[in-house]
Design a protein around this ligand. Structure first.
Ligand code: PMP
Ligand code: GLN
Length: 388
């Protein structure tokens, strides 16, 4: 009987789908997938609705994206990171950051190229690299502070290394890389002539005492970096699946060549609305951070209610909770226990590690706190049961 390609045989079902199904079956409060249970600003939704009724917006957008949105992405990169991006040759709009990452990998990595991936990583990177024929080389961050070891990082680079995939602020660890950490990445990439695929979808989600730095803004890095963003994260509209990739035209040409044959063009009305979102003033980003600072404090209460421990996240809307004081078993077993017995869904972070380094996360589960205050309070209430 015909069956699927060998290429997809190892992929299985993503952890997000698996946990969502289990959570629904047990009616659990879902702090699993990073799926907000509230929307971004109403005026952006109004802009999308207006776009739906405007002439031309219900037909194909230009393949690289709407000029107004590409201009918005370039303007934002200049305003926040001092980067000089040419909107015409240096920006591609994609179907979410997921397709941005995939198009970047397909457009920049050749079969046999080694790709350094920092763990824990967003789960689409490795299948992407494998589909391109690349070879992942893993460098783990270590608990409890999720820092990487300089010697391990240096050892991962060789003359076969083509690219480094980075994610800061980092899902799921909540880390925001410091300038010194980014400088070390940059030095190694320059030394080995390596490209960076920098996933910065949580660029506006960092908390007091921390600051997101775009690696492309470090000396010598713009020409070797493509940076990825998402309206799902920055403007709170995950269902729109609008993302973007920006960088040096030479690299963006590769991303675009792949993009043309993966989807050609993406959703037109929500591109128009995202272009509008980029015209919101700086107060939007300040309010967004304030909203999530409050939610971060609420999720810390969930941890406390459970008798677990956690390092306060530096950024993103994720937190890694250490359950070793309350449960004897691995992260998958604890997630199952939480859903079935306590009624709260989380994500087992071993899904974001290679087989070899999976043990780094075995005492942790990931909580998403992009949820209404009521949802977070309901979760805290249920988690109290864990104390017995
Ligand atoms: N990268 C990271 C680190 C993420 O957490 C997400 C969220 N799903 C994505 C990429 C994908 O974003 P999008 O929904 O825009 O595809
Ligand atoms: N970024 C979100 C998360 O990490 C959503 C991922 C997904 O649904 N693929 O939970």
């Amino acid at each position: 009987m015909p069956t699927y390609a060998k290429r997809v045989a190892p992929f299985g079902t993503t952890i997000f789908t698996e946990i969502n199904q289990l959570a629904a079956r047990h009616n659990a409060v879902n702090l699993g997938q990073g799926r907000p249970d509230f929307d971004g600003p109403q005026e952006i939704i109004d802009a999308a609705a207006a776009a739906l009724k405007s002439a031309g917006a219900n037909q194909y957008a230009p393949s690289p994206g709407l000029p107004a949105l590409r201009e918005g992405v370039a303007r934002h990169a200049s305003l926040f990171y001092g980067l000089d991006i040419d909107w015409e040759t240096g920006v591609i709009v994609t179907a979410g950051a997921t397709q941005g990452v995939y198009s970047a990998i397909m457009g920049l990595i050749d079969p046999g190229d080694e790709v350094v991936i920092i763990e824990p990583y967003y789960d689409s990177y490795v299948p992407g690299v494998r589909m391109a024929g690349g070879v992942p080389v893993y460098v783990p961050m270590h608990p409890p502070n999720w820092t990487f070891d300089e010697a391990e990082l240096r050892a991962a680079f060789s003359d076969k290394t083509r690219a480094l995939i980075l994610n800061t602020p980092n899902n799921p660890s909540g880390r925001v890389y410091t300038r010194a950490e980014l400088q070390l990445f940059a030095d190694l990439c320059i030394q080995h002539d390596v490209i960076v695929i920098s996933d910065e979808v949580y660029e506006h989600l960092f908390f007091e005492g921390h600051q997101h730095i775009a690696i492309a803004s470090l000396p010598g890095m713009l020409e070797r970096t493509v940076t990825i963003g998402s309206a799902g994260k920055t403007f709170g509209m995950t269902g729109w699946k609008i993302g973007w990739v920006y960088g040096a035209p030479e690299l963006i040409t590769g991303v675009w060549r792949a993009h043309q044959f993966i989807t050609f063009a993406t959703n037109h009305p929500t591109q128009a609305a995202t272009a509008y979102a980029f015209t919101l003033g700086s107060s939007y980003y300040e309010e967004y951070q304030a909203l999530y600072t409050k939610k971060r404090d609420l999720v810390m209460q969930v941890i406390e209610a459970a008798g677990m421990s956690a390092i306060q996240p530096e950024g993103t809307y994720f937190l890694m909770g250490d359950f070793s004081q309350v449960f004897d078993g691995d992260d998958v077993a604890f997630c199952r226990h939480l859903i079935e017995e306590i009624g709260v869904a989380t994500i087992p972070p071993s899904a974001f590690f290679s087989e070899k380094h999976r043990h780094h996360a075995e005492n942790h589960v990931r909580f998403a706190f992009c949820k209404s205050d009521e949802t977070l309070e309901r979760a805290a209430e249920r988690m109290r049961k864990l104390r017995g």
